[in-house]
Design a protein around this ligand. Structure first.
Ligand code: GDP
Length: 177
């Protein structure tokens, strides 16, 4: 009997970006018979949500970290153990795009994460008139030098409808393996 390989993935982004909803959607997609939380009942993360999914022969342990300012200082402690990062952006929140970019930069500057594959999600694409990947990518690519040589993909997603959730997880697994 061989033990499944396990990897840890942190899910980061501002509060209200959709991190918890995304994790629920991923669990729903990749877990047989999983009846997810009612999206209407998901509230913003305070502290930590944990989730596990098995995909492509490996196990992924997710840490969905609270995005509030007071909690951002805790992120470092998880970085050390992380094999992948998912950064979630609320594509509908133009007002907080700069704020999101700021904490994104702080995150990718962290030595503990250098070389770790990075999946950037332009979330909430089900809403009308949101920023598309075409608008969001250049904002976050200003950090190109910092992103450096790690594998990085920016993709559109809706955590609410599940659109794009599969593709992102599968890309990340392949990048991590
Ligand atoms: P977190 O604080 O980053 O964990 O964000 P949550 O997962 O709690 O989501 C914050 C709010 O955004 C909730 O009201 C969600 O229902 C909503 N939300 C999350 N993802 C989506 C999405 O893809 N589309 C829409 N329309 N709403 C979303």
């Amino acid at each position: 009997l061989t033990q499944k390989e396990e990897y840890c993935v942190v899910i980061l982004g501002l509060d209200n970006a959709g991190k918890t909803t995304y994790l629920e959607a991923a669990k729903t997609k990749f877990t047989k018979n999983y009846k997810g939380m009612n999206p209407a009942k998901i509230t913003t993360t305070v502290g930590l949500n944990i989730g596990t999914i098995d995909v492509s022969g490996v196990r992924l342990n997710f840490w969905d970290l609270g995005g509030q300012q007071e909690l951002q200082s805790l992120w470092d402690k998880y970085y050390q153990e992380s094999h992948g990062v998912i950064y979630v952006i609320d594509s509908n929140d133009r007002e907080r795009m700069d704020e999101s970019k700021e904490i994104f930069d702080k995150m990718i500057k962290n030595e503990l994460l250098s070389g770790v594959p990075l999946l950037i999600l332009a979330n909430k694409q089900d809403l009308p008139d949101v920023m598309g990947v075409r608008d969001i990518k250049p904002v976050f690519q200003q950090s190109g030098a910092l992103i450096g040589r790690r594998d990085c993909l920016t993709m559109p997603v809706s955590a609410l409808t599940g659109e794009g959730v599969n593709e992102g997880i599968i890309w990340l697994v392949e990048a991590i393996k």
